[in-house]
Design a protein around this ligand. Structure first.
Ligand code: CA
Ligand code: CA
Ligand code: CA
Ligand code: CA
Ligand code: CA
Length: 345
């Protein structure tokens, strides 16, 4: 009731002619018509806001420290200026300036040039490349970049068949699979396979163990390719925008919760919610949730990229979800961290 009154008074204020009135509506006060069907979980940490205004923060990745999980950190793209690194309290501890990084993904303990390394990669829309970084407890460092077909958009990594694979998605509906190949000391990205969808793609995530990639077609739904070590064809539909499960365009970030029974999580951007599916056939819908606010941190709305981990971290005993927040209530965009207990959702 209190919330409804607050919104009503804001709307009245808007109707009296203030042009900036939309900015005054706290997105945390929105009442959703489907709230009975959706679980709320609370964000408990938010990151240092990005320095650039407007739609800027986009996609996160979570790096797990090899021996002290509480020294793990989150890397988040600022699609207008570079990559931010945030500790588990949300404090920015590094900013790697440069490029227009849109989506990012990482893999740890990858065998590369006879060394076990932690690496990440991101689509850079400044020069139409995939940029590559190394990751350690000291932070991130760029080590290479390779050109792709045209302006790249979504991105995810896979590590299977003893190789690192980079998947690039495009606004044209194209998805490409590149292999990171080694020739003596020289690395390169070679195109292995591609598939053409009907419309714009963005989010994707690979299940390395099961040789699958999940792909979001923004206005239409969620797909999976199986046996991707063999080829990239015959995508299977998991869910469609407008289905009874309640997902709404755009389908944005996708993330994989690793477990004996892994789960796929998808950002249903148009209704500020996240859908959970079984990540194994027949890819059944499980439930939806929202990331709402707590005493000190506002919730996540209009979320682009997400990432999840099952690794217990301080304050996140069953793992966590990191979600871009399109409307940070007290500043420019940022990322929200929320404890995730996926078995109970
Ligand atoms: Ca956005
Ligand atoms: Ca990502
Ligand atoms: Ca998008
Ligand atoms: Ca918010
Ligand atoms: Ca805030």
């Amino acid at each position: 009731m209190k919330t409804q009154l607050k919104i009503l008074s804001m709307l009245t204020f808007c109707l009296t002619g203030m042009s900036a009135c939309s900015l005054l509506i706290d997105r945390d006060d929105i009442a959703y018509s489907d709230s009975d069907a959706v679980t709320n979980i609370n964000a408990t940490v938010e990151t240092t806001p990005v320095l650039t205004s407007g739609d800027a923060a986009d996609d996160p990745a979570i790096w797990i420290h090899p021996s002290d999980p509480n020294k793990s950190f989150v890397i988040g793209t600022n699609k207008k200026s570079g990559l931010g690194v945030y500790d588990l309290n949300g404090k920015q501890i590094q900013f790697l300036e440069g490029g227009l990084p849109n989506n990012i993904d990482i893999r740890q303990n990858v065998l590369l040039q006879n060394d076990s390394v932690d690496i990440g990669a991101f689509t850079d829309r400044q020069d139409n490349t995939v940029g590559w970084i190394t990751i350690s407890e000291n932070g991130i460092e760029k080590f290479n970049q390779f050109p792709v077909k045209e302006e790249p958009y979504g991105f995810c990594l896979g590590y299977y068949a003893n190789s690192v694979f980079a998947f690039v998605t495009y606004k044209t509906g194209l998805i490409e699979q590149y292999e990171l190949t080694e020739n003596d000391s020289l690395l390169s990205m070679s195109l292995k396979a591609s598939f053409q969808f009907d419309s714009q793609l963005e989010g994707c995530v690979v299940d390395d163990e099961r040789n699958r990639i999940f792909v979001g077609e923004e206005e239409h739904g969620i797909w999976v390719f199986e046996d991707i070590a063999e080829s990239l064809d015959s995508p299977i539909s998991i869910d469609q925008v407008g289905s009874a499960n309640g997902i709404v365009a755009d389908i944005e970030g996708l993330a994989l919760y690793k477990a004996d029974k892994p789960k796929l999580i998808a950002s249903s951007q148009g209704n500020d919610s996240f859908a959970i599916y079984e990540a194994t056939p027949p890819y059944a819908f499980v439930s939806r949730f929202r990331i709402t606010g707590s005493d000190t941190v506002d919730g996540a709305q209009e979320t682009d990229g997400i990432e999840v981990t099952h690794v217990p971290l301080e304050g996140f005993p069953n793992g966590m979800i990191v979600a871009q927040d399109g409307f940070n209530n007290d500043g420019k965009q940022n990322f929200k961290f929320a404890p995730l207990n996926i078995e109970k959702m």
